[in-house]
Design a protein around this ligand. Sequence first.
Ligand code: GLU
Length: 479
Amino acid sequence: MNVVTRFAPSPTGYIHIGNVRSAIYPYLLAHNKNGKMILRIEDTDRERYVEGATELIEDTLNWLGLEWDEGPIVGGPNAPYFQSERKEIYHEYARKLIESGRAYADPTPPEKINQYREECNKKKIPFLYRNYRPEKTPEWEPGIPLRFKADPKNYEWVDEVMGDMKTGPEVLDDIILIKKDGFPTYNFAHIVDDAEMGVTHVMRGVEYLSSTPNYLALYEALNLPRPIFVSLPHILAPTGNKKLGKRDGAKSVTEYRDDGVLPEAMLNYLANLGWNDGTEQEIYTKEDLIKKFSLDRIQNSGARYDETKLLWLNGQWIRKIFDEQGAEALYCKTAGFWPEVADNYDDNYKMEVLSIIYDRLKTLSDLREMTSYFFEEPKIDTDMLINNKFLKKSSESELKELLEKTVSKLSSLESWEKDSLQLALNELLEETSKKPAELFSLIRIALSYAPFSPALNLTLEVLGKEVSLARLNATARAI
Ligand code: GLU
């Protein structure tokens, strides 16, 4: 079988974590099976349409490295890939259903339909429109909604994730196929498109599972083969049992990107949110995922969203890229994440800073807060010095004296590189009989006035002799 999958987002502006996962699994399956993935823009709900949202979807997929084989930009044999441009195709299929007596134009005004719904609510019985089907229906013409004429019966099907499914006639109804504005509903358009485009696997959120019997009825009425159904489990909020929503602290994918989450980490994290290969492996490259992906290991229960895990994975990916591909590979990804003051420095210097700090980063935007003292003089804060837990015991004059000794020791160094610096620091420990925590905290604070900094000899090396000694002197003078 030539596997054809699709990602069919609606351009509504906000790209939720769950939307993206619905692109990742079809991508992985298509590549695992040497098939193809289609990108189709489901833009027939004109009320929810947001200008620029399609570009946002394309950018997000490109950023994650999820290239599509057919769709906007790249084109393909099934163009157009925007549903709003396929109206004629849906109308053609609609006419087939009218001819076979399986669709009817419904002039019933919405107020009337609401009244029916309320009646049912009052009687506490489920509302089924087919019980209110109008006796006389006009010819179908623009401005009148078109409805499917349901044939209530049992359905059975297999969902690759949820297993054997069975439903009774009560779930089948006269669903709307074409709206008043002439655009098809999702329910109708996706059936036509999936069939026209030769989609073999319909992979989408489990929220569509309950509507599947109505889709099966449509496939039957149109004489179309059923695709393979793959329902993807819900992504759950960090606590409780509800679906992850905007309010649960999860950012949109582009916000994570702008905060310095790497696409590799995002892909890795989301692919494992509801799928695993049964091993303890946590770090997966895209190639690993493609190789190992299989439908039978998609879980059928909700997958809990865990931002801490995403950020941990991001830290792992930052180290992995640096360690395996080198400083430059990671540096290329840091543009836009440095503090503004770094603009005055060249790439080589920034790359040196990155090389000593990368293993402390959770996201690339941590660079902004963690590196400013490499680019501008830190503000001397004697309180921070005096109140430091390792320095509290010493008097101010003792601290001053220690700093002066450090300056004199380091000034005499001929070679300002990490090993000789470490040697000098060790000698200084012996000469002053201080504990490393005390002496090194003092030097570290005087150099950076930051809560963290990399190893002292590395910080000194990157800052350079002149700057380092000037900072130590400045603090010695201030206390
Ligand atoms: N346009 C639908 C959505 O964004 C797609 C569902 C599907 O994949 O069929 O939810």
